[in-house]
Design a protein around this ligand. Structure first.
Ligand code: ZN
Length: 572
């Protein structure tokens, strides 16, 4: 799954909207409006130094880029039956309006606006992206699908609901499924051939194994073995390619869209992760919670890979760019091998420079702006991920064995995300305080400046998260943290409306807040969690005034894949 980037796209639509009516001309943006819409995504060169790759891997990389680009084509077919034809037509337009249309189409990979609930921005297409995309017949209703499935034998039901089949009318009123391997045969054969060529070029055995099994999966439609091989992938040249996320299927949430990420492993961050790992148990043993809630033995660490993205494609390359992902989604694989988190460091840095730095210039004092640091931002993001594995996991409520997730229900996501943020601050402070004993000097600076950077960067990034709104778990959890830390005096509002960190109070305030979150989870305290979110999960006037000053700051980046284009020229 992806990190929530904008408000959840799962907005329930009335049944009428399923039958698509064409977009009305009056609602279609003109050239100036289209250019403004595109400008919310700041064009950013994605350039990666691949000079450290072996000659074989460099050749292999070229083939992977070619294969990944094919997934743009499949994704467009998956989204809408008319998508590719429209794209071809837009590419021939030479007028300024035509160019503006093409530009925004390519950002969204469709004529529907990702940032505005997939409303059409080009005339003559359905008013909104079809809920079931092109995974199902456009005129099929959810009820028709469900009553058809109910009447099928169990084995066939699996195929109907599979991640990897499309649904079509077989005859009037009767549905059937078609495996992706058959439906997208020409594209998948081409992509599989490129993966196999790449496999013969690389010198990394785990990459070769994955590429061969994924190529086979493209043609057999059985992804299981290749998902296992992807979990074992450990290579300087890193790739994720295949049908994964089901967000594009807003009708039923069954069908996986094709996406690809071609990445280079970040060796420095990989070392940092390895340096943190042996100290996690000690951090757990010192968490600010009652000692009986601490876990004597942490579970195995879920694998985390830090990489720089060279190219993203398909479902991984529209609207707000993916900053990190957790895969696979196949429960059988997750049970057997867990899941792997991939963090796209250069994409996060691009977002940081494009969005967070401009935000910090408006919400912080000039003196504190200097303390906003990408290295610290990213180190905290890594700590956030690690902290999901610390704190209460298996708990007892009135003698019952249960979990924080089961007890906190719909409030769990906001509390858990906030817990990971604050425990991340706590853990980094702890490691800074014990840097010498832990031997972390080379991976984690711990002087006074570094400590200021940690909290100041966190303060600035709080405004970035809240900007996405309180309906989303990260946004709401961030509002809780910001308000609590303001009340405790760790953060302060200045007379001119800017915000500052009070270094004399912030550490204590973070401990107190972490104690609150950890205790809510350890006790499975639903009522307490609700009270906390209602009291603190709000936007207060002083925060609103700061948010009001951020309107013209870009929402995200538009990646320009410079390195990928040099290795294997793309279209557009
Ligand atoms: Zn998280």
């Amino acid at each position: 799954m992806k990190m929530p980037a904008v408000l959840s796209a799962l907005i329930l639509m009335c049944a009428m909207c399923i039958a698509s009516s064409p977009a009305k001309a009056s609602q279609i943006p003109d050239r100036a409006q289209l250019e403004k819409m595109s400008a919310r995504f700041a064009p950013t060169r994605i350039q990666v130094d691949i000079s450290g790759l072996s000659a074989g891997n460099r050749q292999a990389l070229g083939k992977l880029i070619e294969a990944a680009r094919i997934l743009n084509d499949i994704y467009m077919r998956q989204l809408w039956s008319g998508d590719q034809a429209l794209y071809a037509r837009l590419q021939k337009e030479r007028t300024p309006l035509g160019r503006a249309r093409l530009h925004y189409f390519w950002i969204n990979k469709s004529p529907w606006d990702d940032l505005n609930d997939f409303k059409a921005f080009i005339a003559g297409v359905p008013e909104r992206k079809p809920l079931g995309a092109n995974f199902y017949p456009e005129d099929m209703t959810r009820e028709q699908f469900e009553s058809w499935v109910k009447a099928l034998p169990e084995k066939d039901q699996e195929q109907a609901k599979s991640f990897f089949t499309v649904i079509r009318w077989q005859s009037k009123g009767k549905l059937t499924w078609i495996p992706y391997s058959q439906h997208y045969r020409p594209e998948l054969e081409h992509a599989a051939a490129l993966l196999r060529q790449s496999a013969t070029l690389t010198d990394n055995a785990s990459l070769r194994k994955f590429l061969m099994s994924r190529a086979a999966a493209f043609l057999s439609n059985d992804y299981y073995q290749s998902d296992l091989d992807w979990m074992d992938l450990d290579s300087p040249l890193d790739i994720t390619i295949g049908p994964y996320e089901t967000y594009s299927d807003e009708l039923l949430g069954y069908k996986a869209a094709f996406e690809a990420y071609v990445n280079l492993r970040d060796e420095k961050e990989t070392q940092k992760l390895a340096a943190f790992a042996p100290h996690l148990q000690e951090i757990e043993n010192n968490l600010p919670e009652a000692p009986q809630y601490r876990r004597a033995q942490l579970g195995a660490l879920a694998p985390i890979r830090v990489v720089d993205e060279i190219l993203s494609a398909g479902d991984g390359a529209h609207g707000v760019q993916t900053a990190a992902y957790n895969l696979p989604n196949d429960e059988r694989v997750v049970q057997q091998k867990g899941s792997k988190r991939v963090m796209l460091k250069n994409i996060q840095e691009a977002k940081f420079q494009t969005v967070l730095v401009p935000i910090s210039k408006r919400v912080l004092t000039p003196a504190e702006q200097k303390d906003v640091s990408f290295e610290m931002f990213f180190t905290h993001t890594v700590a956030h991920e690690l902290m999901h594995g610390l704190g209460p996991q298996q708990i007892k409520v009135q003698g019952r064995d249960t979990s924080p997730r089961q007890e906190l229900k719909e409030l769990y996501a906001a509390i858990e995300e906030a817990k990971a943020d604050v425990t991340g601050l706590f853990a980094l402070q702890y490691m800074m305080d014990h840097s010498q004993q832990m031997g972390l000097g080379s991976v984690l600076p711990s002087d006074a400046a570094a400590q200021r950077q940690l909290y100041t960067t966190f303060l600035a990034s709080a405004f970035r998260s809240i900007r996405f709104g309180l309906n989303e778990a990260h946004g709401r959890g961030t509002a809780v943290q910001l308000n609590y830390l303001l009340d405790k005096g760790g953060f302060v509002v200045n007379r001119d409306g800017t915000f500052s960190v009070d270094m004399a109070k912030i550490k204590e305030a973070v401990r107190d807040l972490d104690h609150e979150f950890l205790t809510l989870e350890a006790e499975g305290n639903y009522a307490g969690a609700r009270q906390m979110l209602e009291h603190y999960g709000v936007i207060r006037p002083e925060v609103q005034r700061a948010l009001d000053r951020l309107h013209d700051i870009p929402v995200d980046i538009e990646p320009l894949f410079v390195t990928a284009d040099e290795l294997a020229p793309g279209k557009k």
